[in-house]
Design a binder for this molecule. Structure first.
Ligand SMILES: [Zn+2]
Length: 302
């Protein structure tokens, strides 16, 4: 990049660096970034860069048009970078090195921020002050999720898309979501893998289809619902005799259909050789399985 002229640098609007190996030339990368004045998208995923390296890399760097930033940089470094980039709308960050303490991003304002993906404690810091409508929250302990939910409920934010890591033993999580974010149009719940196979028949709130369906109906705008579980569920979901019995209970069936739900994705047996994503769609008032992906990968789970 450094060898190319200003024209190329000025024309570059998207720049992604994803490195799993140690980076030797931080100064070269920094010089490169300094030339890319018109960047709109920037991804810096540098697995082995130390804190001091991140500081050196991003100190006083500024892009006037930047609206997307994905990075695994420490959050105190990110905070200094973010507050000078008020146009950022899409933000994806990784674990917070300040675990146990409040996130350095707490209290910061990004007036354009609409889509954020971060550990749940840091999401909490970001949704409080900013107009976020799409949240992906990772690694949530039930207590922090409760805090996130009450924070969402007390903001004026109209959250419409939520993706959340949940503990399978958290029976009230859906109820809390309904109370905190009633305007959701899409909800994705990812069970954290805390259960081993010998305990794989743990109780799950969603197995009680009737009451799960009733709670889901509280999300009156919900069109897409997705659940990822480590449970092996074909007997529950794909039984020919009972058809889509549980799915119908979630969707409300013909008698009391959900007001908006059109599509349900179920990723079952996650983390096992049976891993499979089933796609269910409402067609002429009947829930039908339209697809099964046995080569289940996250890109199909959308
Ligand atoms: Zn943080």
């Amino acid at each position: 990049m450094l060898r190319h002229g200003r024209k190329v640098a000025d024309a570059t609007i998207s720049f992604h660096v994803v490195l799993d190996k140690p980076i030797m030339q931080v100064a070269t990368l920094r010089a490169c970034l300094q030339r890319l004045r018109n960047l709109e998208d920037l991804q810096l995923s540098l697995r082995h860069l130390k804190h001091s390296g991140w500081r050196r890399l991003l100190r006083n760097i500024c892009f006037t048009r930047l609206d997307l930033f994905y990075s695994n940089a420490p959050h105190d470094v990110i905070s200094q970078f973010l507050w000078s980039h008020s146009r950022i709308a899409f933000l994806r960050i990784e674990e917070c090195v300040k675990a146990g303490r409040s996130c350095p991003l707490d209290g910061g304002q990004l007036p354009e921020l609409c889509d954020v993906s971060a550990p749940v404690g840091c999401v909490l810091s970001l949704v409080k002050n900013n107009p976020v409508s799409r949240v992906t929250a990772q690694q949530g302990a039930p207590l922090i999720i409760t805090a996130l939910m009450s924070s969402l409920a007390s903001t004026t934010t109209n959250l419409t898309v939520l993706e959340l890591d949940v503990n399978p033993s958290d029976f009230d999580v859906l109820g809390r979501i309904v109370r905190a974010a009633p305007a959701l149009t899409a909800l994705k719940l990812l069970e954290t893998q805390t259960f081993k196979s010998r305990r794989s028949h743990q109780r799950r709130a969603w197995k009680d289809g009737k009451s799960w369906g009733k709670t889901l109906r509280g999300l009156t705008h919900l069109q897409h619902f997705a659940l990822r579980t480590s449970l092996y569920t074909p007997a529950i979901f794909c039984n020919i005799g009972s058809g889509a019995y549980l799915i119908e209970q979630w969707g409300g069936g013909k008698v009391r259909p959900h007001p908006a739900l059109q599509r349900i994705l179920l990723w079952h047996s996650f983390g096992t050789i049976h891993s499979c994503i089933s796609v269910w769609e409402l067609l002429q008032s009947t829930w039908r399985r339209s697809n099964d992906f046995h080569d289940a990968v996250p890109s199909l789970f959308v």
